[in-house]
Write a protein of this length. Sequence first.
Length: 287
Amino acid sequence: MQLQTLIAEPWADYGLVDSGHGRKLERYGRFRFIRPEAQAMWAPASESWEADGDFIGASDEEGGGRWHLSRDVPRGGWHVRWEELLFTAQNTPFRHLAFFPDMAPQWTWMRGAVAEGDSVLNLFGYTGVGTLALAAKGAAMTHVDASKKSVEAGKANAFLSDLADRPIRWMVDDAAKFAAREVRRGKRYDGIFLDPPKFGRGPDGEVWRLEEGLPGLIADCRRLLDADSKFLVLTVYAVRMSALAIGEVLKQALGDLGGTVEVGEMAVREEARGLLLPTAIFARWRR
């Protein structure tokens, strides 16, 4: 397997403006925000940043912290676009903005792989932008997330994008347990994509730890695919894990289906200088 870099380029409603000294300056629609970024070990292009908000991280390694926002930033969020989709960006307690813009190249890649009527499973689906990206191309989606709030946000985003009438199953459930039940039901999918967290809890207190749970989850995903299935995309934002490692997990689990496995890093291109800020690792299989 050869490592490759999947680059998210700026678009009208998102851009990485500048980065450096452990921080990054981004634009989300009409607002600009500063967030901590451990990967930005270099010096920024500019020493003076103007922003509408700043996330001050806690001192512990596991995260935490709080937003300091100007009065102009709507606390309930504001609308942004990607391609034909309209959805809500918002300052969340977890320092995110309610979607992950570096996923855009993955959305585009999957949109090129699906056809009208294909059944696709999105595990750990968050606020549903990836789900809607494929639903807009005619896929019948099953969206699973343990957070009721995230699933409700996904439904609201579907309404904003005029996709509320598309065949989307919105499931508040533990992703691993849901996948295992789908296996027992004899279900199949044409495509699966999953973005598991490093650590998480299901709606009934289930505990998820990435290193422990990922191999079994991928094995269940394999059982939900068959000789006519088209793709599986896995993204991982946890540190201390290699793209080669997760690629080997996919290669062993899906090797009997043929096709190819690609692995590498995901990155966002900075507007100031064109340098690449790494964000995550990925592995994906396609027939």
